[in-house]
Design a protein around this ligand. Sequence first.
Ligand code: GLN
Length: 238
Amino acid sequence: MSSESVLRIVWVYPDLLSTYGDRGNMLILTRRGELRGIDVRCDEVRSDQRVPDEGDIYLLAGGEDAPQTLAAERLLADGGLRRAVDRGAVVFAVCAGYQLVGESFAARDREYAGLDLFDLRSDRGASRAVGELAGTVDAELGLPTLTGFENHGGRTRLGPGVRPLATVAVGVGNDGHTEGAWTTGLLGTYAHGPALSRNPALADLLLRWATGREDLEPLDDIWHERLRAERLNAIGVT
Ligand code: GLN
């Protein structure tokens, strides 16, 4: 966290990358930080602006192919996100944003260079993956079942530098078997919903990584839990 003890959240390119309620991820993170007495500052950085490299948590959300390729081009030229990650900033990347932080991704029938921040690459699947997504989260993270909504044409292959975030119970995720990726400082997922509203434990993990605080007090999550139960029940996951 920055020296003046403000947690700085940077939402990267909301003008290009924001689908299925992804803005909610910023709202949930901010609220859960503030309820723990953390001073939070949010910056929404449009694609014609410089990406600051002094943020603590960077959010990259979903997007259709054309805005996704434009975002890749501008982020590569900007270099701010690369500098932030090299400094140890935390990244939460959803769908197009998840594909973007890898080495390469496919869109509009060709391959594009990604930001190459994390050890993963994406190409095109035979069909679009659309619908509810649920999976058992990597035991090392000790989090409840992941739940979300997915809509993507890409499929993602993980290298040894990251681990799958979850094993798929319903839906497709990376490849029908695993979903998302993580390594300390990165959470990548195909889950929209918004993901941090449907999985508040993921929001708290990001806050712990960014603040170094292991003592975040529990919150009243009754509404999140009702939403989770309703969605998981609808797809038969217990
Ligand atoms: N354009 C990407 C794909 O279809 C990501 C889609 C999304 O972010 N929902 O795979």
